[in-house]
Write a protein that binds this ligand. Sequence first.
Ligand SMILES: NC(=O)c1ccc[n+]([C@@H]2O[C@H](COP(=O)([O-])OP(=O)(O)OC[C@H]3O[C@@H](n4cnc5c(N)ncnc54)[C@H](O)[C@@H]3O)[C@@H](O)[C@H]2O)c1
Length: 266
Amino acid sequence: MSEALKGKRVLVTGAAQGMGRAIAIACAVQGAEALTIVDIQDDLAQETAELVRNAGATALVITADLTQPDQIHEMIETSASFAGGLDTLINNAGVIDTAFLHPAGFDTLDETTWDTVMAVNLKAVWLATKAAAPHLRVSGRGPSIVNSASVAGVHGTTSAIAYGASKAGVIQLTKSCAVALGPNIRVNAFLPGTIDTPMAQSHLVSGVDPAQTELRMTGTQVIPRFGAADEVAQVACFLASDAASFVTGGIYPVDGGTLAWRGIRT
Ligand SMILES: NC(=O)c1ccc[n+]([C@@H]2O[C@H](COP(=O)([O-])OP(=O)(O)OC[C@H]3O[C@@H](n4cnc5c(N)ncnc54)[C@H](O)[C@@H]3O)[C@@H](O)[C@H]2O)c1
């Protein structure tokens, strides 16, 4: 068992499944003291909490809807009370246009979907950062924030226009928050490519031709497969750890090389 996150009190949003669950478990395995599991799905969040406890950390589930500013503020305060402070905020929760629209695209994108995607993916990251800042400023245990952006925040997409714009916003917000909260609080983001989670699977089957969608999702990668949630969790944990003490304002692709390559595998 690694001790890279020894003693840290960590809050992970969107931790009921997918990458958020993998990150919460990896934090516990790497020695985090306390994990706050935030999600809108209570049953699955409770499962994550049990897995976290089995890995050696204490765990609290907070059921919250990140489209609601008052619930974001409350989740930070409840988490800090539970753990006796907050050292690491991991803004991982996200939603994508294709979860709401069929088909999703430029002509079908409506204001409700745009607003929901922006609220969860971008506004909640800002509000959680703002609410967490007073706690992080007094942490004394290597405070940092790790945000989940996406390669879709760098390149254009056909079926996730609001999503891509929100993730581009997360990249920019990460840099501005690193400047605003530095030097003591580090702020970084990871950019997943195609990762095998419930979100990626539902996006895959939302297309007219799932085989074509899969080729589009993985065919532009140097490593031609879906990534595993834990492969992203390892990078998130590194960014949260004191081993990354000189790393802030950084944007880290975990994408099988898709942003490095302009080609497509056929
Ligand atoms: N899977 C991928 O290929 C991929 C690629 C790039 C970026 N990402 C990003 O990585 C992060 C994790 O993605 P994932 O694939 O694990 O997704 P996922 O859909 O499997 O998990 C996202 C979690 O966020 C929670 N959530 C959604 N809306 C919420 C709300 N309003 N309030 C509270 N919780 C809410 C969901 O309940 C879910 O547990 C997201 O930010 C996503 O945009 C994913």
